[in-house]
Design a protein around this ligand. Sequence first.
Ligand code: COA
Length: 378
Amino acid sequence: MADADINYGLAGVVTDDTAVSKVMPETNSLTYRGYAVQDLATQCRFEETAYLIWNGELPTKAQLSDFNAAEKAQRGLTNDLLAVMRKFPKGAHPMATLRTAVSFLGLEDNEIDDHATDQLYERSISMYAKIPQIVATDFRLRNGKEPIAPDNSLGFSENFFHMCFGEVPPAETVKCFDTSMTLYAEHSFNASTFTARVIASSLSGIYSAVTGAIGSLKGPLHGGANEAVMYMLKEVGTADNAKDWMLDALATKKKIMGFGHRVYRSGDSRVPTMTSAYKDMVDIIGTDEAKMYWEMSKTLDETMVAEKGIYPNLDFPAGPAYYLMGFEIPMFTPIFVMSRITGWTAHIMEQLGDNKLIRPLSNYTGPAQRDVVAIDER
Ligand code: COA
């Protein structure tokens, strides 16, 4: 088979239909169920977007109220899971502990082989309700603090801050966080969503599919980039150093985290909205350090675009925005999971609604067929 006939990395390959979201590289834009993601991020709360992703339409007030009640009813972790989490090695990455905790949710669920859409939907809401508490609990335990129970008087984003820090920040900060949740929620056949669909296609079960998706998202070429961006900003050190740092990094052919995208080649419609939320966080925090990171980010962006014509992706503004909200860097990708659980599970339901085992072909490059020689004669 000629190289030209092989789609390395599945680049450019369309493998199925989807009605969940549409990525339009020609306009660098993204819609969820037909709505522009930047409109959803600015005009709706994340809960409305979650409802939309699963149900195909934005909710009425009554539908949203029922949906939020269903989420709140599913909050809370069992004592067994909390006991297991207390035993997690303190040095383990929070994406690894989250992967294990979600797998444990599967152990606790007797209906794991049920692939009916209503059963899958119930489990999707359950994971959407429980994952924020897993992330917050893991953060507190690794810092020697007792977990904080969810507060059902609080919405999704407020409750997460409450479970992490024991308090809810000003509404402007919550809005920046909520915006990031909407922007991260769904992105068609990205690596982790495709992983989820591949696993679901073997009828392995929704928890296996989500556990696998978490493993895929963890990598720095995918979701892990939001953490890598913040480590990069720390390495750059000062805003004055940003241009030289970038020129040196490009000269040594370093991959710059938070830049580039497999599908978008000249920008990403989620970036301006998240950059504006990042700027809001800089203004809210108002410290010299916050302003310095903002100036540094601007210089890195301008230098990369001028030198290579490669644009920032969503992780570039999201990483420092989360940092300014007070989250530890290794929590950034688990926070991404809190949002992307909506997209993953919508795709799992779509896959199982009309399932076909996903099984591509490969071009074999090993030895030609040969005879086995008995061990004494080798
Ligand atoms: N830094 C430096 N160069 C980059 C780059 C980056 N972030 N992203 C792409 N390039 C360069 C490649 O080195 C390559 O150059 P070459 O043709 O001289 O070899 C060219 O642009 C094409 O890149 P390629 O690796 O083929 O793109 P891809 O579609 O395979 O990769 C990513 C897409 C996202 C994996 C890649 O851009 C990347 O690693 N980005 C950093 C990680 C990141 O931010 N991930 C989050 C994605 S949302």
